[in-house]
Design a protein around this ligand. Structure first.
Ligand code: FE
Ligand code: ZN
Ligand code: FE
Length: 222
């Protein structure tokens, strides 16, 4: 592990982590987009892919400003998020449920990035690295906007469409008892928000994660 005697060292380390995380996103986003059915969701993922390419470019500029070689360092956090997303994609699901799960996977990634960029921007500001801070803030705003767009798309129809199939014994489409017992313990993103230190507004408390519990039982040994 690299030596970390100063906040500047820590910042460089986090930037390397982000550089790798963004590159993982360059591979993950097209996969999510390809598996999405809702056209707005597909569009959102594709346009965030284009933004992600620019974000990689911004990180390269930051390396230059910091006089560091542009080199990533394996981001295990993003790798875990991507792995969960891939597991989800391999599950059979109704189109709308799959879309809801794709939103859930993408938002996990966005929140991870929001936390990391929030921290790095604050550190850069504390270190007086204004140009670096500015570049990080720009990306941070893009990540937040991407997250909010995903929430809006989910709430504009995907979540509702995804509830339609839950009642297998009752076909008449009445939705009197929404979200029965499966209601998950309101997955919070508060940890990400906390470490970002800047309102990573809890994505969509409305529960995108409609995946049936049984497929979640399997865990990798670690
Ligand atoms: Fe990003
Ligand atoms: Zn990481
Ligand atoms: Fe992102």
């Amino acid at each position: 592990m690299a030596e970390m005697n100063t906040l500047h060292d820590a910042l460089v380390d986090e930037i390397k982590d982000l550089f790798n995380a963004e590159k993982q996103m360059l591979k993950a986003l097209p996969k999510l987009a390809k598996n999405a059915t809702n056209p707005d969701l597909q569009e959102a993922l594709e346009s965030h892919l284009a933004e992600t390419q620019e974000q990689v470019g911004r990180l390269e500029q930051i390396f230059e400003l910091l006089d560091e070689t542009a080199r990533g360092k394996h981001c295990a956090g993003m790798a875990g998020i991507v792995e969960e997303g891939n597991d989800m994609l391999s599950e059979e699901a109704e189109d709308a449920v799959k879309d809801a799960c794709i939103v859930a996977a993408a938002q996990r990634a966005e929140h991870y990035e929001i936390a990391a960029y929030g921290t790095c921007a604050a550190w850069a500001t504390a270190l007086g690295l204004e140009e670096v801070a500015q570049l990080l803030e720009t990306t941070l705003e893009e990540e937040k906007a991407a997250d909010e767009k995903l929430s809006a798309i989910a709430e504009a129809g995907i979540n509702e469409a995804a509830t339609a199939g839950t009642d297998s014994e009752d076909e008449d489409g009445e939705d009197e008892e929404e979200g029965e017992a499966e209601a998950e313990p309101a997955a919070t993103s508060s940890r990400a928000s906390a470490s970002a230190g800047r309102g990573a507004r809890s994505a969509s408390g409305s529960g995108n994660g409609g995946r049936s519990a049984k497929s979640n039982g399997r865990r990798r040994a670690n």
